[in-house]
Design a protein around this ligand. Structure first.
Ligand SMILES: NC(=O)c1ccc[n+]([C@@H]2O[C@H](COP(=O)([O-])OP(=O)(O)OC[C@H]3O[C@@H](n4cnc5c(N)ncnc54)[C@H](OP(=O)(O)O)[C@@H]3O)[C@@H](O)[C@H]2O)c1
Length: 212
């Protein structure tokens, strides 16, 4: 597939490299291409453009920007073409405030997630929450003694979730579909839980697994 990755941070670079590894074509979108000059050297096949150019290129889009900037980034991307496309939403609504005893602060509430806000503002785009509940170093084909970790996803469009589930399968994840966009109220805070061992004990390499 042709995939756009919006962002230039660790998550964007990890997902971009993962998509290339699995044979997809990739365009990274950023306001500042200079931030991706090392990435460009390492992955010469990756295209680099603005948010709008990347969105126009991608049949599938991955949103990997700072949570506080996510709406702004999607607005910029819309100048390309996003209507009807699936957007993998890897963002978390982390507030610009330090954690308390290792517990991150969010700028959303338990009654309204960031993805719901995005889905409401950009109703012609199919958002699917994914990749937000694991650190970037474990996003692509993580090795856990043979066990597949679980990625919780949600979104309103069934076909969009199937597309994202296929990507997650390629990336070595077991997928648990938690339903519509409202489920992001539960999936986004998994990021808070995931980060606690990191902040308290410097453990950053775990992932979640749903036992059944
Ligand atoms: N780090 C992780 O391991 C991890 C794991 C799971 C989920 N996440 C989530 O994934 C997202 C990306 O995380 P990250 O650590 O890779 O990077 P980050 O530092 O949270 O975000 C960097 C990106 O945000 C964009 N950005 C910042 N301000 C902006 C603005 N005003 N308008 C448009 N774009 C803006 C930057 O765009 P430019 O390229 O244009 O500068 C850059 O690409 C976050 O929402 C994070 O919570 C992170």
């Amino acid at each position: 597939m042709k995939i756009a990755v919006l962002g230039s941070g660790d998550v964007a670079k990890t997902l971009g490299a993962g998509f290339l590894k699995h044979g997809h074509e990739v365009m990274m979108g950023t306001r500042d291409p200079a931030k991706l000059s090392d990435f460009r050297r390492e992955y010469p096949k990756a295209r680099i453009g603005s948010f709008a150019e990347a969105a126009a290129f991608g049949e599938l889009v991955a949103l990997a920007v700072k949570g506080t900037a996510s709406a702004e980034a999607v607005r910029a991307a819309r100048a390309g073409k996003l209507t009807g496309k699936t957007v993998i939403d890897a963002t978390n609504p982390i507030a610009n405030a330090p954690p308390t005893n290792g517990v991150l602060k969010f700028f959303t509430s338990l009654d309204e997630s960031l993805m719901e806000r995005l889905q409401k503002e950009f109703a012609d785009v199919n958002f699917v929450k994914a990749f937000n509940s694991v650190g970037n170093v474990r996003m692509v084909n993580p090795q856990f003694s043979g066990a597949r970790p679980t990625m919780f996803i949600c979104g309103n469009d069934a076909a969009a979730k199937q597309t994202v589930a296929r990507i997650l399968d390629q990336f070595g994840w077991e997928v648990e579909d938690m339903g519509g966009a409202e489920a992001a109220r539960a999936i986004e805070p998994l990021c808070m839980l995931w980060c606690i061992p990191g902040f308290l004990r410097n453990q950053w390499t775990h992932a979640f697994k749903l036992l059944k």
